[in-house]
Ligand binder design. Structure first.
Ligand code: G3P
Ligand code: CA
Length: 225
């Protein structure tokens, strides 16, 4: 059972910041989860929303701001919005990383950055997982770097259960806890797919997910898993 620290360990530190990822590592996660967008100057930045409004003291779209402008913002406790590169360098192969492609146009730069870390910084392909609700972006990523595991995010139960994920060559289905049921878990497993569930914070939910036989959980409090 893989323990994912959700947006680092956002139950303890500001989400998607370096201190949040450091905290998750200290809590012995197997992997950290994070969200990425491309900003105006082309760098990959780690933030959950398309706007900076909720998580920083600024306003406006991430895609319309330069990295310099983004770096002036406070993402909580004086932390800055990190670049993906900064997060990789902090993690430094100590745990795995699940990169969620949020913005359009993230597949290509993420594939390039992963390739750079595998080729030049002795990371292995198994250190990485890439997920998205946008299955087109995910497929694009998979074509660029087919060796990296992809996770199809979903919030619902399709008529054909896990078939959609099999079709795009996913390794896992990353499913919303609000929709999970035994039929879905069993169907995914029969197709050879892993089931990772988000966001699992309460002790009773953790026990319920374990009873369903899931393969991993994302938690804001990963020490509870
Ligand atoms: O990857 C699991 C989860 O992070 C997906 O939803 O909205 O928290 O990015 P969200
Ligand atoms: Ca996410």
């Amino acid at each position: 059972m893989i323990k994912f620290g959700h947006r680092g360990a956002m139950g303890y530190e500001p989400e998607n910041t370096l201190i949040s990822f450091q905290k998750a590592i200290e809590l012995n996660v197997d992997a950290v989860e994070l969200d990425v967008y491309v900003c105006k100057t082309g760098e990959l930045v780690v933030i959950h929303d398309d706007k900076v409004n909720r998580t920083t003291n600024g306003t406006g779209y991430v895609a319309e701001k330069t990295l310099e402008e983004l770096r002036l913002l406070d993402a909580g406790k004086g932390e800055k919005i990190p670049t993906l590169q900064e997060v990789f360098d902090l993690i430094d192969k100590r745990v795995k990383v699940n990169i969620e492609l949020k913005g359009v146009g993230t597949a290509e730069p993420v594939a390039q950055m992963i390739q750079d870390y595998v080729t030049n910084k002795s990371w292995t392909k198994d250190h990485f997982m890439v997920s998205s609700f946008n299955h087109h972006e995910l497929k694009k990523f998979n074509k660029l770097n087919p060796e990296i595991k992809i996770g199809a995010l979903i919030s619902g139960i399709p008529i054909s259960y896990a078939e959609f994920a099999e079709k795009i060559g996913a390794f896992s289905i990353n499913l919303d806890i609000d929709f999970i049921n035994q039929e879905f878990v069993d169907d995914a497993h029969q197709r050879g797919l892993k089931v990772y569930v988000w966001t699992v914070n309460d002790h009773d939910d953790i026990a319920r997910m374990k009873a369903l036989g899931v393969d991993g959980m994302f938690s804001n409090f990963p020490d509870r898993l």
